[in-house]
Write a protein that binds this ligand. Structure first.
Ligand code: NDP
Length: 302
């Protein structure tokens, strides 16, 4: 069942006693979320056998069907949903409530059924934060941070850095206007930190003395032959380089980081971290990322 794709109008009869979870997206065929959640649920079931009855599926939902999918899945007894491309923003008006941090991020990737409707959360930011802590052994609050990109993932990253009170924060994006708009939207939330937009690529933190983190939140790197979004040799200092892309596992940005002997990590830890946080919201249990990480590595290697 983990690898099977379901379709909204062809969901078969489901076992009566199960607790139902799913990821919705379009396309969804390549999602490995069922493998991640399946492995973590199996670990939870070792101590609490009731978790054997929790099942996580992937369901293909085209954008025009999302507004009918949500009530339909509620009626079918689904307890929690993840949302991926292209639903994370479009779903907002369809929800009965939205977590405060998700509101600032302007997108949700996790829904939990409450008695009166779906509540939306965004776990991408916390997933990123946990991944960076694990990979660098430093909290976001310790870093000066340069975020590359100004799309949905960049917004979650910048908001998370602000929530966690990072030192200094800058955004650099191909389209300057989009970066300025992101900066303006986040500044409406009265954060204390200094948030700046770079008009050209440089190290704005060269005199601060804090450790530096560069986060690639552009989609450059998803294709094997994509160029790096920046030339690291033009950045003074020794940054930790985090690329949200995890497949391919080593992008051209990360290759250059490795050549320059900078510490780096790919986006697999973020994928696992956001999944673990979603499962924590649905189960009320602490979820270890070990089993999820193993499942992710195995699934990507297949
Ligand atoms: P969006 O489409 O919202 O944003 C894409 C961003 O990439 C924009 O800033 C865009 O710049 C930039 N970009 C695209 N093409 C180029 C290019 N040729 N040169 C320079 N910049 C470019 O995507 P998302 O924010 O949703 O996703 C961004 C990345 O994050 C993706 O790779 C996605 O897979 C990854 N991601 C990883 C997650 C994880 O768990 N590891 C979770 C979520 C996302 P412009 O504004 O100029 O168009």
């Amino acid at each position: 069942m983990l690898k099977e794709t379901f379709f909204l109008d062809q969901i078969p009869d489901l076992p009566p006693k199960e607790v139902r979870l799913a990821v919705l997206g379009y396309p969804i065929k390549h999602s490995i979320s069922p493998q991640l959640h399946g492995s973590a649920l199996a670990v939870l079931a070792e101590n609490e056998p009731a978790f054997h009855n929790w099942n996580y599926r992937k369901i293909e939902v085209p954008p025009e069907d999302l507004h009918t999918a949500l009530p339909k899945l509620a009626k079918l007894g689904f307890h929690g949903l993840n949302l991926t491309i292209p639903h994370k923003v479009e779903v907002l008006p369809m929800l009965s409530s939205i977590d405060q941090q998700a509101k600032v991020m302007g997108a949700v990737n996790t829904l939990s059924w409450e008695s009166n409707g779906w509540k939306g959360y965004n776990t991408d930011g916390i997933g990123l934060s946990r991944a960076i802590k694990q990979a660098s052994d430093r909290a976001i609050s310790e870093f000066d941070i340069l975020v590359l990109g100004a799309g949905g993932a960049a917004r979650a990253a910048v908001a998370q850095c602000l929530f966690e009170k990072c030192q200094n924060l800058a955004i650099f994006n191909r389209s300057l206007d989009r970066a300025k708009e992101l900066c303006r939207a986040l500044k409406e939330n009265d954060f204390d930190q200094n948030l700046i937009v770079l008009e050209s690529f440089s190290n704005p933190f060269s005199h601060s003395g804090n450790p530096t983190l560069i986060i690639n939140a552009t989609s450059l790197g998803l294709r094997q032959d994509d160029p790096s979004p920046i030339d690291l040799s033009q950045f003074s200092g020794t940054p930790f380089v985090y690329d949200m892309v995890y497949n391919p596992p080593v992008t051209n940005l990360l290759r250059q980081a490795a050549e320059m002997e900078y510490p780096w990590a790919n986006g697999l830890g973020m994928l696992v971290g956001q999944a673990a946080r979603s499962l924590e919201i649905w189960t009320g249990r602490e979820v270890s990322t070990d089993a999820m990480s193993r499942a992710a590595e195995e699934s990507i290697g297949e």
